[in-house]
Ligand binder design. Structure first.
Ligand code: NAD
Length: 376
């Protein structure tokens, strides 16, 4: 019997994405697998059931109980894991440290789980990199939200009522999200300046037509990521940054350090020094935020500054975020499905590093240590 690949309707609150769009569903069909879609799965992303040609449409109970491989966006609940056949496969974004009970449920049910966020960021795996595809959505939408909340135009306008100066946007953190925020703010006509602790980003920032703010602090870490700053470096960074930020109409922050809380780069005094009516879009809200005043999930005004702390931004551009994520899944799973059979090469580093649970074990070491450490 052909492998049954299932696309559920996402159950996490507010999640509008779906793991596979109709186009990629068809491509999985060409690999020889049977694709099953839970009724209504793509509706919130803009894909009605009728668009999933060639896929079987199932009720919730059948979608779970008849699945060999389930692909999803957000983590399942424990109840959902328990509805899956024992020993079946689950692929998605798990953020295991935030959902230890789900990891334990998958372990007990002997589910083979692959976490898309654990795929190593090597050249060969770029087309599978869901962190990058979704971060690009975050950066784009963050710039749009900044423009929307601002009490001024982004572009320069020459009108009969006078000439309006362009807005100044400052982006902190020029990784995937930051670069997309820069590009989007530039397209909207703003003057853009950006800063990152990794000096390699200077060239990337400048290639987008933005000015790189050199604060004299560099903190290259391992694997192309940033490292945490020392207390002295933090002080130097904040002193220099404050002067620039006081000029910003919109400040977009995206700074992150893997596996840590978002670094706090914008203290209350810096907010007090900002222009009245300025906007902070804190795209690091998921990890607690880069501004000390950010309330994740809320939009507040403090000291005359609007502070926006959006959560699950990719879900706010659900159609394209889903299409990009679906391509990541297709590129990740295709080598595991030769002739439509599920045969992962466990020696392959992309597969080996992305396994979360298998054969009743928590395979990912950091997750295992965190979960077993917490329960001992
Ligand atoms: P991220 O989300 O972990 O962090 C966002 C940015 O915040 C990074 O650019 C980081 O340098 C910056 N940052 C951290 N602390 C800061 C501070 N105190 N002040 C200012 N900025 C700070 O990053 P990301 O977008 O996931 O990308 C990180 C790296 O991974 C980049 O080098 C990127 O090119 C690389 N990458 C590689 C691949 C691949 O090869 N498949 C894919 C995507 C990204």
């Amino acid at each position: 019997m052909a492998i049954r690949l299932t696309v559920p309707k996402e159950s996490a609150s507010g999640e509008r994405r779906v793991a596979l769009d109709p186009l990629v569903t068809g491509k999985f069909g060409q690999l020889g697998v049977t694709v099953q879609v839970e009724k209504g799965a793509g509706e919130a992303a803009g894909f009605p059931d009728s668009a999933y040609e060639g896929a079987s449409l199932l009720d919730t109970e059948a979608a779970y109980s008849q699945s060999d491989i389930m692909v999803r966006v957000a983590p399942p609940t424990v109840e959902e894991v328990n509805q899956l056949p024992e020993g079946s496969t689950l692929v998605g974004l798990f953020h295991a440290h935030r959902h230890p009970e789900v990891v334990r449920a998958m372990q007990e049910r002997r589910i083979q789980s692959f976490a898309m966020e654990l795929i190593p960021r090597i050249s060969r795996a770029q087309s599978m990199d869901a962190l990058s595809s979704q971060a690009a959505v975050v950066g784009y939408k963050g710039a749009i939200q900044g423009a929307d909340l601002a009490c001024r135009f982004f572009p320069m306008l020459t009108t009969a009522a006078g000439t309006i100066r362009p807005a100044k946007v400052i982006v902190i953190g020029a990784g995937v999200a930051g670069l997309q925020a820069i590009a989007t703010a530039k397209r909207l006509g703003a003057i853009v300046e950006a800063y990152d602790v990794r000096s390699a980003t200077k060239e990337q920032v400048e290639s987008l037509g933005a000015k790189f703010l050199d604060l004299g602090v560099s903190a290259e870490g391992e694997g192309g990521y940033a490292r945490e700053l020392t207390a002295e470096e933090k002080k130097q960074q904040q002193d220099a940054l404050g002067e620039f930020i006081a000029q910003a109409d919109v400040l977009i922050t995206t700074a992150a350090i893997p596996g840590r809380e978002s670094p706090k780069l914008v203290p209350e005094d810096m907010v007090k020094g900002m222009k009245s009516g300025a906007v902070i879009v804190d795209l690091a809200s998921e990890g607690g935020g880069n501004c000390v005043l950010t309330q994740p999930g809320e939009t507040i005004t403090q000291h005359g500054v609007i502070i926006h702390g959006p959560l699950n931004v990719p879900s706010q551009v659900p159609l394209h975020a889903s299409e990009m994520y679906a391509k990541n899944l297709l590129n990740f799973l295709t080598p595991m499905l030769p002739e439509g059979e599920f045969q992962p090469d466990w020696e392959d580093e992309v597969i080996a590093q992305s396994v979360l649970t298998r054969d009743g074990e928590i395979v990912h070491a950091a997750t295992r240590d965190a979960i077993q450490g917490a329960s001992s």
